[in-house]
Design a protein. Structure first.
Lengths: 208, 208
DNA sequence: TAGATTGTTAATCGATTAACAATC
DNA sequence: TAGATTGTTAATCGATTAACAATC
């Protein structure tokens, strides 16, 4: 698929389109329109058509969009039609929660390996995968490539973790740490827990 | 403080300013400038001055900004100079992880009450607070007001949880569920786990 | 064919960047 | 005073919205 540059705002709306399409499908609906989607998603019909036409014409004039087909198209655009292996660095409660969430809810993502520096964690199993110490983990990921590394470690461990990600040749990083990281050439999605909390506090104090 | 409408993009940058100011303070730096901040934060100096001047002139011509003072001012704008009580609905691994994270890292947020429908959880303690069943929790929050309700429950429980939030008169909701919610008049921050993951996948498949 | 709804171009709106006078 | 850097206005850029011809 030839895709020119598309803004981040558009990309971040694609998964949301998928979610609403899925719920329409669940209700047994076969077709939809930009008008209907706009209503349930609180967007304008115009924006939806603009967004989709960055990637191609998925609709049909006079008819609208086929729900299942459009969902499949968006999966193809995002790459969520393929499967990805995942490594987890940091197996505290958050790491464990995320690994189990992935295992139970995201069939296209496979929990492959976990790493924790605490000796008592090593050898235990989380979400069907083994928790390893750093050196064992390093070895493991050399033989079993990790597509996406999920980080849930404290700020002070970030530098060593960056090294692991680069050496392991991961394709992307999903970072839940407080410090945002950036790795040359590797896309990173920073989750910004405290930033979302603090902006919520702003809106609590400034009702319109 | 009289604040006219300020766009969400600006509000979401404020916590980030705080974080970089804190790290400058930690390095013992007393003053900074829009130029310096721009460099370390990867923004333009112009944008930083524009952002701050939505709320007032916190700098001094020819000098720049006092680091501690500016941090304090942003805290005041956000409301993060005050303290907030927090209730948690859903005490699975994610709820537990978040409650402990808040307790250990966010002095302005107090874990006050937790709720879980599973009987074996009730009566246990997480992050220094008691896990209650729904009716006990309902009673408790009537007498002990909750400012922010944190939601980590499966999609099918969302409707009943919305009722609890409204009845409990919470000021804001921090939602980690897969379904985004909106409550009339109550600000909600939806965390969108799978949406951030799927947009990461897009960037993995579309390197510039 | 008539009605509906897309794909796409043009207009508008808002956010970011540049420029510069004010002033410490 | 001279140099630096802000606060603020004006210019630019990009994203959203409106309009409409194409077409199923």
């Amino acid at each position: 698929m030839v895709t020119p540059y598309v803004s981040d705002a558009v990309i971040r709306r694609l998964p949301r389109y998928k979610r609403f399409l899925r719920s329409l499908k669940l209700k047994g609906q076969e077709k939809t329109s930009s008008k209907e989607l706009a209503q349930i998603m609180d967007l304008t019909a115009s924006q939806i058509r603009q967004d989709l036409n960055h990637f191609g014409g998925f609709g049909q004039q006079g008819y609208g969009y086929n729900v299942s087909d459009l969902e499949r198209q968006i999966d193809k655009i995002l790459g969520t039609d393929k499967t990805y292996t995942m490594g987890f660095i940091g197996c505290g409660r958050l790491g464990e929660a995320l690994a189990n969430y992935i295992r139970n809810n995201e069939p296209h993502f496979k929990v492959t390996a976990l790493c924790d520096i605490r000796p008592d964690m090593q050898g235990t199993e989380i979400a069907g995968a083994k928790v390893m110490g750093q050196s064992e983990f390093d070895e493991f990921v050399k033989k079993n490539p990790i597509d996406i590394m999920v980080l849930t470690v404290p700020a002070d461990q970030i530098p060593s973790v960056e090294r692991i990600c680069v050496e392991a040749n991961v394709k992307g990083v999903w970072n839940f740490g407080l410090v945002e990281i950036s790795l040359p050439g590797i896309p990173v999605s920073n989750m910004h827990l405290s930033e979302s909390l603090e902006s919520l506090v702003y809106y609590i104090n400034h009702p319109d």
